[in-house]
Design a protein around this ligand. Structure first.
Ligand code: 6PG
Length: 250
């Protein structure tokens, strides 16, 4: 069962453009607030793509403080970065390459190593090295902002319905040998406790086809995305086309 619900903020944007602008402002504000280096956890899928394209252009690009911002991904498909299915490949093409993010600040999963589990262990070690500790500390969130998406089956990151990874509390990153939804390639995903270690978790949901699953998640049905928690703010940024009649239902 999902844990007790957390206070969340729901923002409905009239269209994808306003949604991308709103997300861009929130991301930039979180980078600005961070003391020293800021870690941002990006998401894959189609929903964040208008945001990535927007961030690649002015007036956003020059506000990203690229020298002190580090970019991670919440999950990836176990394919080479050059594969069209790769999340980090997509993020680099649309956003990180055009803005000229320093290569040392881009933290990709090793999706070309022996297995999803091996890639997960390497990424966990990288996260621990980056934050300089082996335990999550709710008082010192790992990320300034975590972006999340919502799949049509209620999954988020690569945390699929009924998967053992949903209840993982020790491992920071796990391999997922079978995806619950297309594309059916193995995945590597951060687990809920690590995704929660953020100043803000920002869900991006757009398109009319997401309306039904979103209303179930917001109503608290036992779906993966309903289990997402944040040690900081939890925000759902929804395009009007995806918004249930009463998005404030809980
Ligand atoms: C992935 C994602 C996944 C995604 C949702 C929503 O690698 O597929 O990280 O969790 O966010 O499936 O995807 P869309 O935005 O394409 O609907």
């Amino acid at each position: 069962m999902p844990r007790a619900s957390q206070q969340r903020r729901i923002i409905v944007a009239p269209n994808e453009q306003v949604m991308a602008e709103t997300a861009a402002e929130r991301l930039i504000a979180r980078i600005a607030q961070a003391q020293g280096e800021a870690a941002i956890c990006l998401t894959g899928g189609s929903s964040p793509q208008p945001l990535y394209r927007l961030l690649a252009r002015e007036p956003y690009r020059s506000r990203l403080r690229l020298d002190r911002t580090h970019w991670f991904v919440g999950d990836d498909r176990f394919v080479p970065e050059t594969d069209p299915l790769s999340n980090i490949g997509m993020v680099q093409r649309l956003f990180l390459d055009p803005v000229g993010a320093p290569a040392a600040n881009i933290h990709a999963m090793a999706t070309d190593c022996g297995s999803p589990d091996a890639a997960a262990r390497l990424y966990e070690a990288e996260l621990k090295r980056f934050c300089g500790r082996g335990k999550i500390d709710p008082a010192r969130p790992l990320f300034a902002l975590v972006l999340m998406g919502l799949g049509s089956d209620g999954h988020t990151a690569s945390l699929f319905p009924h998967a053992p990874a949903l209840t993982e509390r020790e491992r920071w990153v796990v391999g997922v040998d079978e995806a619950g939804l297309e594309p059916f390639v193995p995945r590597v995903t951060l687990t809920f406790p690590v995704l929660a270690s953020t100043g803000e978790m920002l869900f991006l949901v757009n398109g009319q086809d997401k309306r039904e699953i979103l209303s179930r998640v917001l109503a608290g049905d036992d779906l993966p995305a309903s289990r997402a928690r944040s040690d900081g703010e939890l925000v759902w940024l929804i395009e009007a086309a995806a918004a249930p009649a009463d998005p404030h239902v809980s």
